[in-house]
Write a protein that binds this ligand. Structure first.
Ligand SMILES: *Cc1c(COP(=O)(O)O)cnc(C)c1O
Length: 231
């Protein structure tokens, strides 16, 4: 019989074999216990994604220190303090207020925090993210320019949960276009501004077609999440 660890490792290899050069995998380990993460780690994976501070913090403390953690969830300002010391990148930033709090906590840790700007391109109103105009207002503000402990490393987006591939492709195309506009207008001279994080288990292949540099795959590696196991 095949063990859970072997299944995770086989899934991981399968996903990785789909990734062209230049596209990195964020293995989304939320709701998974440490032993599942270790199975992926032992197969060589070092970049993981978590979306809740209360899960990320104990996992980061318990697991090997060469793991890089991306915080991919919607981050509340009161959780920033817990996340900044352990995260390599905060992927879903969508307000000046959040950037200011991240900057404050990063400065306390003597760290420059990599952040991605999240854009709202899906049809669902419930999803988070900037519009391009909101983002321009932030990037042009003096308050933003004062944030010395923030590195804007690119953009992040999620497509609608639909089966229509054309719609998904068009939404990912929008994220990539926004990246191009921001690069041109604000980050021309910034080598740090280079990531386009988009694509999950059901749509990462489409995201790659539209230029993703980071894909965030969870259930396609670890299996369906068993929310009931998490207290
Ligand atoms: C959970 C999650 C993922 C991974 O989703 P899967 O469908 O399991 O691959 C990717 N991105 C974000 C922001 C998530 O919250």
């Amino acid at each position: 019989m095949i063990t859970i660890a072997e299944e995770i490792q086989a899934n991981l290899q399968h996903v990785k074999s789909d990734l062209p050069e230049g596209v990195r995998l964020v293995a989304v380990s939320k709701f998974n216990p440490a032993e599942n993460i270790m199975a992926a780690y032992e197969a060589g994976q070092r970049l993981f994604g978590e979306s809740h501070a209360q899960e990320l913090v104990p996992k980061a403390a318990a697991l090997p220190k060469d793991i890089k953690w991306h915080f991919i969830g919607h981050l509340q300002t009161n959780k920033v303090k817990q996340v900044v010391p352990v995260a390599d990148c905060i992927e879903a930033v969508d307000s000046l207020k959040l950037l200011q709090e991240i900057n404050k906590q990063a400065s306390k840790c003597g760290k420059k925090m990599k952040c991605l700007l999240q854009f709202h391109v899906a049809e669902e109103e419930t999803k988070f993210g900037f519009t391009i105009d909101e983002c321009r207002n932030v990037l042009e503000s003096q308050e933003f320019k004062n944030l010395d402990n923030i590195i804007i490393a690119g953009v992040m987006g999620m497509a609608s949960q639909v089966t229509d591939e054309q719609q998904i492709l068009s939404e990912f195309g929008e994220v990539a276009a926004i990246f191009g506009i921001l690069k041109q207008d604000y980050f021309k001279d910034s080598p740090d501004f280079k990531e386009i994080s988009m694509g999950m288990t059901h749509d990462y292949k489409l995201a790659i077609k539209k230029g993703a540099t980071l894909v965030r795959v969870g259930s396609g590696i670890f299996g369906e999440r068993m929310y009931a196991n998490i207290k």
